[in-house]
Design a protein around this ligand. Structure first.
Ligand code: PXL
Length: 277
């Protein structure tokens, strides 16, 4: 695959701000974003929104960060360092989503914002309280350049059960009506897709499909975070949304191929393939 250009030694690389939760198991969330950012040669700025106590088997506890502390982190880094793109992951609570949206409107950083509407872990443990769905839909989606829900999140957000290409289009249309510039309905959990993993991108006018070989592994923890982080990194380099999605799709496919077992549950996808020996 073609990688993003690296900054020359001594010069600042492009910056991506991640607003996300910490996974103590080091597989998903901020830790996944940081790995992908580092291995793609972008500098990650971090606003921690929640701390989770979790391992490869499940989430044991969630501690949301006070909303004002989330906005203080965003303020601190954007007013000094600056970023060329941003992404959100686990936001945990409506108060945090509302604070992030208010901070975004106030700072108006005019940079692409990728919203990965994380609702639950792969074990089904909640990472967002149900009352927060409305804040996502009303406050954050209208500010998003791109939203990247998986099929479980699609069902929660717009009540569409995606089972085939037609319902995937209907879901993309319903999500686009909530205000984001682009929608990517990830097809990774599509039952009818056995050998491919089709993601559908929609901008209100045109649908485009992004397909990649389906990698059958139980070690796919952090796959969605890694995809959104790679999209943000490509956007920070000035790529268009379709080009950034195509790039990130091949990045996450390689990360799935390189995934490794860990603990007694699901191991993480791994960008470490980039350090090929
Ligand atoms: O993969 C979604 C995700 C995002 N952020 C955190 C997580 C998870 C999944 O477990 O733990 C902190």
């Amino acid at each position: 695959m073609q990688f993003l250009p690296l900054a020359p030694p001594g010069q600042a690389p492009r910056r991506v701000l991640t607003i996300a939760g910490s996974d103590s198991g080091g597989g998903a969330g901020i830790q996944a974003d940081l790995r992908t950012a580092a291995l793609l040669g972008v500098h990650a700025l971090v606003a921690v929104s929640a701390v989770t106590a979790q391992n490869t088997v499940g989430v044991h506890a969630v501690h949301p960060i006070p909303p004002s502390m989330v906005s203080r982190q965003i303020d601190a880094v954007l007013t000094d360092i600056g970023a060329q793109a941003a992404k959100t992951g686990m936001l945990a609570a409506p108060e945090i989503i509302e604070e992030v949206a208010a901070t975004w409107r106030r700072l108006d950083p005019s940079i692409p914002l990728v919203v990965d509407p994380v609702c639950a872990s792969m074990h089904g443990d909640p990472l967002l309280v149900p009352e927060a769905l409305d804040s996502l839909r009303r406050q954050l989606f209208p500010l998003a350049t791109l939203i990247t829900p998986n099929l479980d999140e699609v069902r929660l957000l717009v009540g569409v059960d995606v089972v085939d290409a037609d319902s995937q289009r209907a879901a993309a249309t319903a999500l686009h009506a909530l205000g984001p510039r682009w929608v990517l309905v990830k097809g990774g959990h599509l039952r009818s897709a056995t050998t491919a993993s089709p993601d559908l991108l929609y901008d209100g006018e045109r649908f485009s499909e992004f397909s990649a070989e389906r990698i059958d592994t139980g070690d796919d923890h952090g796959g969605g975070d890694t995809l959104a982080a790679a999209i943000a990194a490509a956007l920070a380099h000035g790529h268009t949304v379709p080009d950034a999605v195509a790039f990130a799709k091949s990045w996450v496919t390689e990360c799935l191929r390189a995934a490794y077992p860990l603990g007694h549950g699901h191991g993480p996808v791994s960008p470490l393939f980039r350090l090929a020996r």
